[in-house]
Each structure stands twice: as structure tokens, then as C-alpha cells.
Design a protein around this ligand. Structure first.
Ligand code: DGL
Length: 274
């Protein structure tokens, strides 16, 4: 009989952005299997109210739990900000991981002056979860948060680098850095932003650190469950990924391949309703 340790790890996001987190999880837990759900029908979450995002997150988690998972990763900053504690209570004893606290830990570790800029969606900025998580680690930290909703559209469109992406990044970040020149660390606090890392780094300048929560979230999952998650540490074969999307599986496969860094076959994406 299969035990819960044989089940995949469930990962969900509002769309394809969370595939940057899945990519990091695969690097850290190469033999583990994953079921990834992208709620493409209802993207973006970043402009919606916390109550709506919490409801969507609960539905996404419900689909994954019904299919069987041994742990859940909320690979979306907006949903983590609105729903991580709620889902941790609702889904117990299944462990639920968000991306905000690992991202905050990465920022605090990288920043010498503890002057930190958080780039995120409107929902994440308004919720203030990054500030709280950073100040819980370093009460003396100075945190500035900036909504950058256009970055999501640019990443989805595949305009991740080049002069247009750099101009948009400069337009967003330039005035904030001019006002707060002591900022030495920039948090990519949205799962779409790591694909724009090149353009954001041009705008931030060569001396500032750019951090995202993908690698630190994967390390956190590994640290807490690496030894008990099936195939987490060892295993000869690479684990399987099952993809679910709530709309446009072909588009999910095409755009998602860039975020995941490996090809996704359209036929491998199952259309689901939440
Ligand atoms: N996945 C979302 C996040 O990380 C970005 C896209 C959206 O707004 O839904 O905040």
C-alpha cells in the first residue's frame, strides 16, 4: 500500500510564475515528484482583494489535496501573503510552505546595511507581509515596498530582457533608489520577477544584491522535510511532474517552459476546474 511518503509535493500559483519555485525545488529535491497547479483562469491574483485570494488559494489547495500530496508549497507571493497561516491551519497535518518568510530570510542574509527594497504585486505590498517577516528577523531593518504590476505582463509576454524591459525597470526602481540610496538589497517578491532578473539588475546597478524566494523556499522545504519526503535526497531517476491548469493548457506549456527552464509538452497539461 502506498504511504503518504510516496505522494507528490503539491505546488500552486496563480499561473506560470510559480514554476520558478518548482525549478528550485527540483534542483534541491531531484527525485521527488510534484503536482503543479496554475490557476491561469484567474490570474492575476496580485490585483485582487485578500479575501478573494484566500478563497482561490483554498480551492487550489483543495484540488491538490484531493489528488493526494505529502506537502504543499504556495509558490505565489500574493497567495502566501494572504493565505499561508489560513492554509496551515486548514490543511494540517499536511505541511504548508509559503514563499514570503524564506524570501525575507534571504534579504536579511544578503543585506549589510539592512536597507531593503521589496518589489512585488499590489496585493503583496498592501498586505505588508514582507515588512513584517523582515522586521521579525531584523527589527532595525528599513524596508521600502514597491508594486511593479507591469513586470507580470512583461514576463508573461516573454519580454524579459532588452531595452524595453530595462526602461520599465528603471522607471519603477530609479526614483525609489534616488530617494533611498542606502538600499543595498532588492527582493524579487513575486514569482514572475526572477525571469526579469537581468533587466532589474541593470536598473538596480551592479553593487546591489538581488534576492528571490525560490531557492530559499526550496532550502526550507529540504531542511524541514528533506529526509522524510520520498525521494527527496536520493534516488536514481528524476521525479515526475504533473501539470494542472485552469485555462489555456497550450499557453501554459509555451510560457511555462521559459519559467521552468525545461520543455513542457502541451499534452502533459491537464485542464481542471476549481
Ligand atoms: N504569482 C503572483 C505573485 O507571486 C504574481 C502574478 C499574479 O499577480 O497573480 O505574487
Amino acid at each position: 500500500m502506498a504511504s503518504s511518503r510516496d505522494l507528490p509535493i503539491g505546488v500552486f500559483d496563480s499561473g506560470v510564475g510559480g514554476l520558478t519555485v518548482l525549478r528550485a525545488l527540483r534542483e534541491r529535491l531531484p527525485a521527488a515528484s510534484f503536482t503543479y497547479l496554475g490557476d491561469t483562469a484567474r490570474l492575476p491574483y496580485g490585483t485582487k482583494s485578500p479575501g478573494t485570494v484566500r478563497r482561490y488559494a483554498e480551492q487550489a489547495a483543495g484540488v491538490l489535496i484531493d489528488r493526494g500530496v505529502q506537502a504543499l508549497v504556495i509558490a505565489c507571493n500574493t497567495a502566501s501573503s494572504a493565505a499561508v497561516e489560513h492554509l496551515q491551519r486548514r490543511c494540517a497535518p499536511i505541511p504548508v510552505f509559503g514563499v514570503i518568510e524564506p524570501g525575507a530570510a534571504a534579504a536579511v542574509a544578503a543585506s549589510k546595511r539592512q536597507e531593503i527594497l521589496v518589489l512585488a504585486t499590489e496585493g503583496t505590498v498592501q498586505g505588508g507581509a514582507y515588512e513584517r517577516a523582515i522586521r521579525a528577523l531584523r527589527p532595525d531593518a528599513a524596508v521600502v515596498s514597491l508594486p511593479c504590476p507591469l513586470f507580470v505582463a512583461f514576463a508573461e509576454e516573454g519580454w524579459a530582457d532588452g531595452p524595453i524591459a530595462e526602461a520599465v525597470a528603471r522607471r519603477y526602481i530609479g526614483p525609489v533608489l534616488a530617494e533611498h540610496p542606502g538600499i543595498d538589497t532588492v527582493v524579487l517578491g513575486c514569482t514572475h520577477f526572477p525571469v526579469l532578473r537581468g533587466a532589474i539588475s541593470v536598473a538596480a546597478g551592479p553593487t546591489r544584491h538581488l534576492v528571490d524566494s525560490a531557492a530559499t523556499t526550496a532550502s526550507e522545504v529540504f531542511r524541514r522535510f528533506g529526509e522524510t519526503l520520498s525521494g527527496g535526497i536520493s534516488g536514481d531517476s528524476r521525479g515526475e511532474i504533473r501539470f494542472l491548469a485552469t485555462d489555456a493548457p497550450q499557453r501554459f506549456a509555451r510560457v511555462g517552459s521559459v519559467f521552468l527552464g525545461e520543455a513542457i509538452a502541451p499534452a502533459a497539461v491537464e485542464l481542471v476546474d476549481l
